[in-house]
Design a protein around this ligand. Structure first.
Ligand code: 4NP
Length: 156
């Protein structure tokens, strides 16, 4: 099993969006028995909460399920459980390396690192920008590229 953890600051806007979109793609490509997906936040203020209403609204509009998803904080132990820890921005990467500095056995990268000539290097935080549509557009591109990368890397 290949395990992918998406990470942002609050785990209510961007990383749950990425988790839902990526799971949707993985299901479409019939890889659900090979790839497991979760998300977490570097901060724990929203633990137990549903995704933000803006994230839910755009996922509903696109017919993408977020059933059962609840915010949680990333923990040191996630480094043992996941193969890929995929962050949304540079601050997430710094915060992740403070939680656990191990980066030998886990790929720690930003989602937009997988997009060649990306229009953004970081996924803007719609909690502050209010623009869930633009974030959705970027996360979708990133998730598609990440899945292609994983398929090629693991020959699946
Ligand atoms: P996210 O957005 O990291 O994309 O989930 C945020 C959500 C909540 C907060 C910050 C960012 N907050 O400060 O509560």
């Amino acid at each position: 099993m290949i395990k992918v953890l998406f990470v942002c600051l609050g785990n209510i806007c961007r990383s749950p969006m990425a988790e839902a979109i990526f799971r949707h793609l993985v299901q479409q490509e019939k890889l659900s028995d090979k790839i497991e997906i979760d998300s977490g936040g570097t901060g724990g203020w929203h633990t137990g909460e549903l995704p933000h209403s803006g994230t839910r609204k755009i996922l509903d509009k696109q017919g993408i399920s977020y059933q059962g998803m609840k915010a949680r904080k990333v923990s040191e132990k996630d480094w043992n459980d996941f193969d890929y820890i995929i962050a949304m921005d540079d601050q997430n990467i710094k915060d992740l390396l403070e939680i656990n500095s191990q980066n030998e056995y886990v790929v720690i990268a930003k989602l937009m690192d997988f997009v060649a000539n990306a229009m953004e290097q970081e996924v803007p935080d719609p909690y502050y920008t209010g623009d869930f549509d633009y974030t959705y557009e970027l996360v979708t591109i990133g998730c598609n590229k990440l899945l292609s990368y994983i398929r090629e890397k693991h020959n699946i």
